[in-house]
Design a protein around this ligand. Structure first.
Ligand code: GRF
Length: 218
């Protein structure tokens, strides 16, 4: 079966991007990374992608008078690269309905919380402030409202006594690096599909549960 052609959108260091690139190096992985697009010329992830031999494109949002003009350029770059599916990986621009609709059910995002808890920024700080004992990360299909959309997979992470936003964030980031390749595999292989606003698991239904949890001790 032909591999799903993936374009990754980044704005920064690209550690999630790197985890997808690494996973896609395996010959039996159902997706290949065909382009990495950054809206920031200084994004650290660009060099990482280039070193892995992947085409990189910079589309600096500051060069465009409107959000729509910026997105039209990005859309064209994705088409030029023959992209089937977009993975947002630390992409920090709000997208308009036009772009989101065009890529509906063909765009994934990773978010550092167990959605629908803590959409938006500063998720680790807010999780600590609320005193949750389980935190984590989510991969979901993109919808217009930020950090919403059908959930493909989640990883749970224990909040430890004495955690700071940094220590908790580092533990969540490790989980993100395992979760995103797993979720992309589910989508690209066809094991997961969207039906309306729901996620359906295609038969066979013994697909590994789309969840990692911390081990519980008595
Ligand atoms: C990650 O925590 C991701 O969940 C969030 O932004 C961060 C990006 O990190 N959307 P990186 O650029 O992938 O290292």
């Amino acid at each position: 079966m032909a591999k799903t052609r993936v374009g990754i959108l980044i704005s920064g260091r690209g550690s999630n991007m790197a985890s997808l690139i690494k996973a896609a190096e395996a010959s039996d992985y159902p997706a290949e990374i065909v382009t990495v697009i950054s809206n920031r010329p200084a994004a650290g992830g660009l060099a990482v992608a280039a070193k892995a031999g992947i085409q990189t494109v910079v589309i600096d949002h500051k060069d465009y008078a409107t959000r729509m003009a910026f997105e039209a350029k990005m859309h064209q770059a994705l088409l030029d690269a023959g992209v089937d599916l977009i993975c947002n990986a630390g992409f920090m621009r709000m997208l308009t309905g036009g772009f989101v609709d065009r890529w509906k059910n063909r765009q994934l995002n990773i978010h550092p919380s167990l959605l629908p808890s803590f959409p938006g920024l500063d998720t680790h700080e807010r999780a600590l402030r609320e005193g949750v004992r389980i935190h984590g990360c989510t991969v979901h299909f993109v919808r217009l409202e930020m950090d919403t959309g059908p959930i493909v997979a989640q990883a749970a992470v224990a909040v430890m006594p004495g955690d700071t936003p940094d220590t908790l964030g580092a533990r969540v980031l490790e989980a993100e690096h395992r979760l995103y390749p797993h979720a992309l595999r589910l989508v690209a292989s066809g094991a997961v599909r969207v039906s309306g606003e729901d996620i359906r698991f295609a038969p066979p239904t013994d697909t590994p549960a789309a969840l990692f949890s911390p081990p519980l001790r008595p």
